[in-house]
Design a protein around this ligand. Structure first.
Ligand code: G6Q
Length: 545
């Protein structure tokens, strides 16, 4: 165990100062902080890159922020950011760079990795993707029987699924409507069966997205898709008109029967959950068209630049990360809620769940020592106003502290009478009510019966951050995602963990294959698991006898 004395070495003093400061501030109410400082909203907000980031409803003072910035400095954050952007092998356990920022870097700005400009390769692939996306989107890519493609189905899982599906839903407003887009990820056959139900194979294109091309769920679904297609089209030559692959593993793609022309590549320096901007986003590019996809990348890049070049004190992802650490490590909050008030962002909380929890769900530091402090919080959420009628009760009056990120857009995409004013009024009102609550005096003044006062009193002092953008255009989606990516990275730096590996996920991949072999083989003389697992396997054997 790394004890607190050794934690962050020379930053230990700042950590200790933060602990002492926390004791002073933990009971201070946001009501008091706002009353004492009429300029609080102005002072604790940042406006940059088309983002209005208001963190004034957080339980911090200027002293808290100063200490947190000091913590970031002592963790040598700027050095770590520069190392990632330079392409150093920051993913130490896999000995890889984490260069997702190169995927959205303009062609004119080279980034060198092992003697090669990776940005050139990125743009070559983007051009190939754009050509294909136009052909499919404009009905020029014909299926085996000569029919244009009407259904595009991405088969992938984890990082090869959550990003594309979330971004497709988020940018659906911009998508072509004559093609249906779907995403199959679960190895449960129902996912495949229900998705292809009623579809004509002659009009269906499958994109098999898998970095490794060995992930059992994806490969199983891909072979099922192949069988489904060939049952109807009855000719192996049909594969080349209905299957494309996105992968780093050309040998495995070839083995599956997909030719190199139908393969889109990316590289080992792109982590799965950071891969949306690579060819993994092919389905999104077909849906919204190459121009919109390039705009999405431009939004990512704008925030990349902001993260790299802005002083820590005005750096939005850095502030997001420091607030997360403040609640996680000092208030001991267990989770954070992501609450987008935009229907198109309905999958955003689920996407962030992977980004944040797979990245920072680690219990050893960069040197392999077990940590003695809390790392990544649980991330969850729901689109507004749905959540208000379900779990918000616990955030308002429960006994747990749950910091909330509200995300809202000033302009609606779909304008129908006063829907948007109602939506915005809800998100602003929720943040206000969480912070300031409702006092017993106020309730009495409203004439509420005395016996109901304890139940209707809202303590308030529930922290939240408001991320406000103008409108959900593709660039703004890119900005939002990049904010969270860089916040996750910053938290990883301060917790001294590697946010780019995922050994827990790898373990799951190995375990399932072993049990899958055993389930198929009821004649096995002995099972080597624990008694519980052995009995579960035997239960299954009984039904296939
Ligand atoms: C993401 C993880 C994981 C991965 C999936 C799919 O960062 O590594 O979610 O994306 O396991 O892996 P493949 O793309 O290799 O099929």
């Amino acid at each position: 165990m790394v004890d607190k004395e050794n934690y962050l070495n020379d930053s230990y003093t700042v950590w200790k100062l933060l602990e002492e400061h926390f004791q002073k501030i933990k009971k201070v109410h946001l009501r008091q902080l706002f009353t004492e400082n009429p300029r609080r909203a102005e002072q604790l907000s940042v406006e940059d890159s088309g983002i209005y980031f208001d963190y004034s409803k957080n339980r911090v003072t200027s002293e808290t922020m100063e200490l947190l910035f000091k913590l970031a400095k002592q963790a040598d954050l700027t050095h770590h950011i520069e190392a990632m952007f330079r392409g150093e092998r920051v993913n130490t356990t896999e000995d890889r760079a984490a260069l997702h920022i190169a995927l959205r870097t303009p062609e004119s700005s080279p980034i060198w990795l092992d003697g090669e400009d990776v940005v050139i390769k990125v743009h070559q692939e983007l051009v190939k993707m754009a050509r294909f996306a136009r052909q499919v989107g404009q009905g020029q890519w014909l299926g085996f029987t000569g029919k244009p493609i009407r259904n595009v189905i991405n088969i992938g899982i984890g990082g090869s699924d959550l990003g594309p599906e979330m971004a497709y839903e988020a940018l659906r407003y911009y998508s072509i409507r004559n093609i249906r887009f779907a995403f199959i990820s679960n190895v449960d056959a129902t996912d495949f069966k229900e998705t292809v139900e009623g579809l004509d194979p002659a009009e269906t294109m499958f994109i098999i997205s898998s970095k490794t091309f060995t992930t059992i769920e994806t490969i199983t679904n891909a072979y099922t898709a192949r069988t489904w297609l060939l049952q109807h089209l009855r000719d192996e030559d049909a594969i080349s008109r209905h299957f494309v692959a996105v992968s780093t593993n050309s040998a495995k793609v070839k083995e599956f029967g997909i030719t190199p022309e139908n393969m889109f590549v990316f590289w080992d320096w792109v982590g799965g959950r950071y891969s949306l901007c690579s060819a993994i986003g092919l389905s999104v590019m077909i849906a919204i068209g190459p121009e919109n996809f390039y705009n999405l990348l431009a939004g990512f890049h704008e925030v990349d630049e902001h993260f790299l070049k802005t002083p820590l004190e005005k750096n939005i992802p850095v502030i997001m990360a420091l607030l997360s650490i403040w609640y996680n490590n000092f208030f001991k909050a267990q989770s954070v809620a992501i609450l987008p008030y935009e229907q198109y962002l309905k999958l955003f909380p689920a996407y962030l769940q992977q980004l944040t929890m797979e990245s920072n769900g680690k219990d050893v530091d960069r040197e392999g020592n077990r940590v003695s402090y809390q790392t990544g919080p649980i991330c969850w959420g729901q689109v507004g106003t749905k959540g208000q009628h379900s779990f918000y009760q616990l955030i308002h009056q429960g006994t747990k502290l749950i910091p909330c990120d509200f995300i809202a857009f000033l302009e609606p995409l779909n304008k129908i009478v006063d829907h948007h004013e109602l939506l915005l009024s809800n998100v602003f009102a929720q943040a206000e009510a969480l912070a300031f609550g409702k006092t017993a005096e106020k309730l009495r003044a409203e004439g509420i019966q005395e016996k109901l006062i304890p139940f209707q009193t809202m303590e308030g002092n529930h922290p939240s951050t408001m991320i406000l953008l103008n409108k959900l255009i593709p660039a703004n989606l890119g900005k939002l995602i990049a904010l969270y990516e860089h916040s996750v990275f910053t938290q990883g730096v301060i917790w001294r963990i590697n946010p780019f590996d995922q050994w827990g996920v790898e373990l799951g991949k190995v375990l399932a294959s072993q049990i899958a072999r055993e389930l198929k083989n009821p004649d096995m003389p002995e099972l080597g698991h624990d008694s519980s697992t052995n009995r579960l396997i035997q239960k299954y054997w009984k039904i296939i006898e």
